[in-house]
Design a protein around this ligand. Structure first.
Ligand SMILES: Nc1ncnc2c1ncn2[C@@H]1O[C@H](COP(=O)(O)OP(=O)(O)O)[C@@H](O)[C@H]1O
Ligand SMILES: [Mg+2]
Length: 416
């Protein structure tokens, strides 16, 4: 059809001229008192024009119509400059989907983002103590993945593995805060029940209880597609729930069961944490400290033995192994916890305002608890020893305090 269109565009003016001539000839033949000049060209030509006037007019009209159609089509193409369709071949997108909706959605896709990995790593390290390698590696991964233009999967699916109380959940929270993203925190121990748990996360099909509301995950991702999705203690969720996440990670969307809508996961970062296979993973991360590929293979095996399905492990972009806290790192975590607690009472801590004896006490306490000691025990210890004296300080109207160890108890003293 394309050739016909261009033919029409070219011949429309010609057709017009021919028709004008025909009309003029007709006029002269009928109205000229002296038809001699025309008859010089012979009666045959005059008769031909006369006899075929309607046919010629018809041909001219067809050419004009095609020329108009061509003009309209060109204008349409100018309005959609990225249209690949040429001539009269209809664009597959116009035919098969709502193209303008598609274009709008693409325009909403995030621009590739370049972040400063070193700055991110430093910010994470200043909060998450004793996990420097994890923080650096995580920052580098995030930088690379955010810089990608084309993505049809989440920005990343990261597994944080290691002993309890080493800062896995905390790192996910810090990451969200540093990236300025909202955190969708799912405690996966609540989803150990198979079908019912899936309903809670992904919604219920029509006709079932709850089918008039969205699932917790689908609703949250619909509202904040840029979130950090924390699936905390993922090993505690039902194995079927793990598999429900496969489309989210492989295909870049999840389906809300109540209305069948697809909710994109391509702008989200998934962070999974697990306490499974802790000892094996720690041994492996020491053995293969300098061989990332081998570490990945061995870690995947260890997690498979701990009960994760191979297809789930296959889809995890990276496994980060956390170390147990030891030595001065325990004192660092304790000091940061103490500072956070003082601030939570609306007080400030004086410069060098924590008595070293308090920190030494806490380290000894951790050592007494032994291998299983986690920073949760530490947090609990901080709360127990500080709560009363901080409430007193607040009551006395102190603004800034110094903590001293007084006969085994912690006391908050005012500081100018
Ligand atoms: N490495 C760490 N650096 C700083 N604080 C930590 C660290 N590990 C644990 N904490 C503190 O202990 C709390 C509990 O740790 P959490 O991140 O929940 O441990 P996990 O998820 O590894 O079991 C955190 O909220 C944080 O205050
Ligand atoms: Mg945790």
């Amino acid at each position: 059809m394309r050739w016909l269109n261009s033919l029409a565009t070219r011949f429309a003016p010609l057709a017009f001229v021919v028709m004008a001539c025909v009309a003029l000839a007709q006029f002269l033949l009928q109205h000229s008192p002296d038809a001699a000049p025309l008859e010089r060209y012979g009666h045959e030509a005059a008769d031909f024009l006369h006899g075929h006037a309607w046919t010629l007019l018809g041909i001219a009209i067809v050419f004009w119509l095609l020329a108009f159609a061509g003009l309209f089509h060109d204008r349409h193409r100018k309005r959609h400059p990225d249209a690949k369709a040429d001539g009269w071949v209809m664009d597959a997108l116009d035919r098969l989907t709502n193209r303008s909706a598609l274009e709008q959605k693409l325009a909403q896709e995030p621009e590739p983002q370049i972040i400063d990995a070193e700055k991110l790593a430093d910010a994470l390290k200043s909060k998450v103590i004793g996990q420097d390698a994890v923080c650096s590696d995580m920052a580098a991964q995030i930088r690379r993945r955010l810089a990608l233009r084309q993505r049809n999967k989440p920005i990343g699916v990261f597994m944080l593995a290691g002993p309890p109380g080493t800062g896995k959940t905390y790192l996910a929270k810090c990451l969200a805060a540093e990236l300025g993203r909202s955190l969708l925190h799912f405690d996966m121990t609540q989803f150990s029940g198979g079908a019912h748990a899936a309903t809670q996360l992904f919604g219920a099909s029509k006709g079932y209880v709850g089918s008039n509301t969205y699932g917790k995950l689908t609703a949250a991702l619909r509202d904040t597609p840029d979130a950090v999705v924390l699936l905390d203690e993922i090993e505690k969720a039902h194995p079927e729930i793990h598999k429900n996440f496969l489309t989210a990670w492989n295909d870049g969307f999840i389906t809300e069961a109540s209305d069948g809508k697809q909710i994109s996961t391509t702008r989200a970062i998934f962070v999974l944490t697990t306490n499974a296979a802790t000892d094996d993973l720690q041994a492996l991360s020491a053995t293969y400290a300098n061989d990332a590929d081998e570490l990945r293979r061995a870690s995947t095996n260890a997690l498979r033995e701990a009960g994760f399905a191979p297809e789930v492990l296959n889809r995890i972009d990276r496994i980060f192994v956390f170390k147990s806290l030891s030595g001065l790192d325990i004192a660092r975590v304790a000091a940061l916890e103490i500072e956070a607690m003082i601030k939570s009472y609306g007080l400030d801590v004086a410069n060098e305002g924590i008595d070293p004896d308090i920190l030494i006490d806490m380290m000894r306490r951790q050592q007494r608890i032994g291998v299983g000691a986690s920073s949760r025990d530490l947090v609990r210890a901080v709360e127990e020893s500080l709560a009363d004296t901080l409430i007193d300080a607040k009551q006395h109207g102190f603004a800034r305090v110094r903590l001293v160890s007084d006969a085994g108890a912690v006391v908050a003293r005012p500081e100018a």
